[in-house]
Design a protein around this ligand. Structure first.
Ligand SMILES: Cc1cc2nc3c(=O)[nH]c(=O)nc-3n(C[C@H](O)[C@H](O)[C@H](O)COP(=O)(O)OP(=O)(O)OC[C@H]3O[C@@H](n4cnc5c(N)ncnc54)[C@H](O)[C@@H]3O)c2cc1C
Length: 489
């Protein structure tokens, strides 16, 4: 039986493992941490009974992609839940804006800018299932849906500051600025709108759902699928070198590019090693999980029903803060992303005490404490918030990296989202997953399509490995259960 080892059990490592196991490979996943799941782990970080997502909370791109279609994790207990409002953006004095899954409802609440919002996001959302077929894989390919991809790329390729000029009101501009900031990029740079346009469109196409029982449910379901196919996960195993591994025809690394270069050492051709070491990481995150009695008293009422709240003020304030973190300067008022997953999944709360997962964008490797800055930002739009805090769990950039080495310097999106790295990551190559040595592959979020707990980096990497193995790989029974068509099958 063809053997595969996957190093790392993040969503990409597990997606690679399932994809390989479905083709009949004997797969073992080795995970350094005591709990599997990487960025999809959940835990009672603050108080007993209050369940937090340690990292990813919202999964708009995990619902309808090639891996989701093949693996059908609902058969293993994964259930998605949606908040009433997908994301909200409070402004001073109780003003703000919000995005519903329905474009027309969103537009109605944006007054003078509603028509433009609907004209931009309506067609993008309708085309999104086809567009994602093309952008959830390496950019160097012949597009299946050329015109739809070009339409999407027309917005995605622009600086976010230019796209924001489509709207006149501070509310609509801030609403777009909030999603654009997910890129951790200066909003004036080329393609800095790419992540915002993708996530903004996804909110209308799929919503921003949470996993029932915490994001850990994604890992639990994927591992159940893997075990059903005869695979296994071993935790508490830190892999430092290929010499640590048993013989296997396929080795998948769910690691950062530099770590992959360290682990693979001399097995890599020098040009590949150089390429991996040139990979650039982005700014960091400083994470605070709160237990809050009675929830957050947002002045802007819609924020009380929103899964995600972008706590950052106007578009101009966001642009200034994102510019600063990219210059290595800690902003006085950082961009704060805040999750209220419990609104969609009430089982995560303990009575009237609710989990709130927040993080601020900070410079790479930031050594200070951003707790106060985060609380200030929330208090600004929700006076009385502080008095309701009954538990707090803090992770600095160093602690994030300590717990998961893929988050270098606190870079939770595994690589700077520069225009170059959005197109060509982790290095310039037709097959970005191959590490240039037979059987050796990279499958983490450092590869296309990049960050997120969607599993598509792992799925694509597994397909690259299967293509390399050629006809030696037999299609297992499972692989015939309704897979979507993907090039190279
Ligand atoms: C605070 C935070 C909020 C986020 N919010 C969202 C969100 O809402 N939605 C979303 O889609 N994404 C979000 N993300 C990003 C998302 O979690 C990541 O993009 C995703 O988890 C990447 O998956 P991965 O499999 O590439 O790597 P990871 O999930 O990082 O997993 C890598 C795994 O490999 C293990 N590992 C690494 N090196 C070794 C080694 N040498 N030996 C053994 N094991 C090793 C690590 O311990 C880890 O378990 C967030 C991340 C963070 C931190």
């Amino acid at each position: 039986m063809t053997k595969a080892i996957v190093v790392g059990s993040g969503p990409n490592g597990l997606a690679a493992a399932v994809t390989l196991a479905r083709r009949g490979l004997d797969v073992t996943v080795l995970e350094a941490a005591d709990t599997p799941g990487g960025g999809t782990r959940s835990a009672e970080l603050t108080l007993p009974g209050v369940l937090h997502d340690e990292c990813s909370g919202f999964h708009p791109l995990a619902l309808d992609n090639a891996f989701a279609g093949e693996a059908d994790l609902s058969r293993y207990g994964l259930e998605w839940l949606w908040p009433e409002i997908q994301y909200a953006h409070p402004l001073d004095h109780g003003a703000g804006a919000a995005a519903w899954q329905d474009v027309a409802t969103t537009a109605r609440h944006l007054f003078d800018d509603g028509d433009t919002w609907a004209k931009v996001f309506g067609p993008l959302a309708r085309n999104f299932p086809d567009t994602t077929d093309d952008f959830l894989r390496p950019m160097l390919h012949v597009p299946e849906h050329l015109f739809k991809l070009a339409h999407f790329g027309g917005f995605a390729g622009m600086p976010a500051a230019l796209v924001a000029q489509l709207w006149k009101t501070p509310e609509a501009r801030a609403l777009f600025g909030g999603v654009a900031a997910h890129a951790f990029r200066p909003l004036t740079t080329l393609a800095s709108s790419a992540i915002g346009v993708a996530l903004g469109t996804a909110a209308h196409a799929y919503g921003w759902p949470v996993a029932k029982g915490g994001s850990q449910a994604i890992a639990t379901a994927t591992i159940a699928a893997l075990e059903g196919l005869g695979g296994r996960v071993e935790t508490g195993v830190q892999v430092r070198s290929l010499a640590d591994l048993p013989d296997a025809e396929v080795i998948m690394l769910d690691t950062g590019p530099a770590a992959a270069a360290d682990i693979a050492g001399d097995r890599l051709p020098p040009r590949v090693r150089r390429g991996l070491r040139r990979f650039r990481h982005g700014p960091g995150a400083f994470v605070v999980n709160f237990a809050v009695e009675g929830g957050i008293p947002w002045e802007y009422q819609q924020a009380r029903a929103a899964g995600t709240v972008h706590v950052a003020g106007t578009f101009e304030e966001i642009a200034a803060a994102e510019r600063q973190i990219n210059q290595g300067v800690m902003p006085e008022r950082p961009f704060v992303l805040l999750g209220q997953q419990y609104l969609a999944d009430p089982g995560r709360s303990a009575g009237d005490v609710h989990p709130i997962d927040a993080y601020a964008h900070v410079p790479a490797g930031y050594e200070g404490d951003a707790t106060e800055a985060i609380e200030e930002q929330i208090e600004r739009f929700a006076p009385g918030f502080r008095e309701r805090i009954v538990g707090r769990h803090v992770r600095s950039t160093a602690e994030l990296e300590g717990k998961n080495p893929n988050y270098v310097g606190g870079d939770i999106v595994t690589g700077a989202n520069s225009a170059f790295q959005l197109l060509l990551r982790p290095r310039v190559s037709v097959d970005p997953y191959s590490l240039g040595a037979p059987g050796l592959f990279l499958c983490s979020a450092a590869t296309p399509p990049g960050a997120g707990a969607h599993g598509m980096c792992g799925y694509n990497a597994a397909r690259s490995a299967l293509a390399q193995l050629g006809e030696e790989v037999q299609l297992g029974e499972e692989a015939r259960v309704g897979p979507r068509t993907v090039d190279g099958d």
